[in-house]
Design a binder for this molecule. Structure first.
Ligand code: GLN
Length: 501
């Protein structure tokens, strides 16, 4: 019994993935040796064997009754959730159990998990580097083998980017495919709950359990009848569109107008979108491996992608400034010891409770929504969003599954321009980190599913790539990546020992 407990403690000391751990549950888990956990709990052939009896981790912005729901914020530190999110309930109903709540960038705002106000999370491959974000704790816990899978949220890349940095599978489902009941809202029209897992098969089983319409979330829906079913696997060769990453960086640099400040910002943005040599190499490896598996690769263009980041940040900040208005320190959360009047109480609670990135985004959101200027920023961003969706639908087909003329089954994109970055002087600036969200935020703007997976290891660090698909076609993406995993088993950091199969 001690083995798993010790393994867990040793890794957790090094990576700091968890904000709250259920120590008793770990002690009582009965996991005695590596690779033994599942078959004892459920029949070998059962789909359930991928979850039944197994522990999982939950990002600390997803509710689990009686557990922490800090969102990585001082304002909600020590708050316990009074109820459980639908996705968690569904997994518990299949016999999986929550082992703890994982670290994240405060309210999901960031790409490193260093924006957490509560602790640092390190990358299991190199503890001097970030785990990625915002679901960094969940990704690190899976990569280190502390849990076979974890739940995260993805508003602009927060499942896929840490999955890529830590070398695990990360699925951001179609908008509405998984209930958001029990998620603390950051940007409601962009975000989804999704899966981080140690294998494609496990990711598939977890996704099939958590998906579906939920009475408690009116934006949740069942997949259309014609969409491929996650339960039906297919090894069919596919047509995969490939976006040449250099073309996007060039297109950003070529956006003209706006004066000197804007020129400078575009220059940095174009630089930030340019792939690091190792990532470029890994992207080429992914292309070669996919072609060798029998898939046909074709080059595609997504013309409006170059406007993706500004549109994403205008919309995400606008929604965040509205959603975060509920945190006033009155009903729950940290409140000041003394205040002159209710307004002063709210001011003091927010001043002390929110970190600087959160304050920045609330201000940005208020700025883009201010009276008389909506047309200039927010509505313009919504038009760009519609353009990005149309560009993808022209390639992949729409959510209604009507009509033909579809050019490809999936689109291959980088996840992030760099591998996991370190915290030294060469680290990515906050602005560059935002500009680098280019490759992930487009799936959220378009509401499409995207699956990130480790393509290769370059100079000791994993590199992820992602496939984007038609709305509700998660299964197609899982099929392609399942073939990839079988031919190129996913890598693990040294010291990794799985306690389940
Ligand atoms: N990096 C993005 C941001 O900071 C993604 C966040 C997310 O998906 N929650 O907004």
């Amino acid at each position: 019994m001690r083995e798993y407990t010790e393994y867990f403690k040793k890794w957790e000391e090094k990576i700091g993935a968890f904000i709250e751990i259920d120590e008793k549950a770990i002690e009582n888990s009965g996991f005695k040796g590596a690779g033994k956990a599942t078959s004892e709990m459920a029949g070998e052939k059962s789909e359930k064997k991928h979850v039944a009896g197994l522990p999982f981790a939950v990002k600390d912005n997803i509710a689990v009754k009686g557990r922490s729901i800090s969102c990585g914020s001082k304002l909600l530190e020590n708050v316990k959730s009074p109820y459980t999110a639908t996705a968690v309930k569904k997994l518990e109903a299949q016999g999986a159990w929550v082992i703890g709540k994982t670290n994240l960038d405060e309210f999901g705002m960031g790409s490193s998990t260093d924006n957490s106000a509560l602790k640092k999370t390190n990358n299991p491959w190199d503890a001097n580097r970030v785990a990625g974000g915002s679901s960094g704790g969940s990704a690190a816990a899976v990569a280190a083998g502390l849990v076979p899978f974890a739940l995260g949220t993805d508003t602009g890349g927060s499942i896929r980017q840490p999955a890529a940095f830590c070398g695990v599978v990360g699925l951001k489902p179609t908008y509405g495919a998984v209930s958001r009941f029990g998620l603390v809202a950051y940007a409601s029209s962009l975000e989804t709950a999704g899966v981080l897992a140690d294998s494609v098969e496990r990711c598939r089983v977890v996704f099939s359990i958590i998906r579906g319409k939920d009475e408690n979330d009116q934006t949740s829906v069942e997949a259309p009848a014609k969409a491929p079913k996650p339960e039906e696997r297919s090894g069919a060769p596919r047509i995969i569109g490939v976006l040449p990453a250099e073309s996007v960086a060039k297109a950003i640099a070529a956006v003209a107008g706006g004066g000197a400040d804007s020129e400078q910002a575009l220059f940095i943005a174009a630089q930030a979108a340019t792939l690091e040599e190792e990532v470029r190499k890994s992207f080429e490896t992914a292309k070669k491996n996919l072609a060798a598996l029998g898939h046909t690769l074709v080059d595609v263009e997504i013309p409006s992608l170059k406007y993706g980041v500004p549109a994403y940040y205008a919309i995400a900040a606008a929604e965040a400034s509205a959603n975060l208005a509920r945190f006033d320190g009155i009903r729950y959360g940290k409140r000041p010891d003394w205040a002159e009047n209710p307004d002063d109480l709210i001011d003091k609670a927010r001043e002390a409770g929110f970190g600087s990135e959160v304050k920045l985004r609330i201000l940005l959101g208020a700025f883009v929504l201010r009276s008389g200027f909506q047309d200039r920023y927010y509505l313009r961003a919504q038009r760009i969003r519609a353009g990005i969706r149309r560009n993808f639908e022209a390639l992949l087909g729409g959510a209604d599954y009507a009509g033909d003329g579809v050019r490809c089954d999936a689109v291959l994109l980088p996840v992030f321009p760099t591998r996991a970055f370190d915290r030294g002087p060469s680290t990515l600036s906050p602005f560059a980190q935002k500009a680098a969200d280019l490759y992930t935020c487009c799936a959220n703007l378009a509401g499409l599913p995207a699956l990130s997976f480790p393509a290769s290891v370059e100079n000791g660090l994993p590199v992820g790539v992602q496939l984007l698909g038609r709305a509700f076609a998660e299964s197609t993406l899982l099929d392609i990546v399942d073939g990839y995993e079988k031919a190129h088993p996913f890598p693990h950091p040294s010291g990794y020992e799985p306690f389940w199969d």
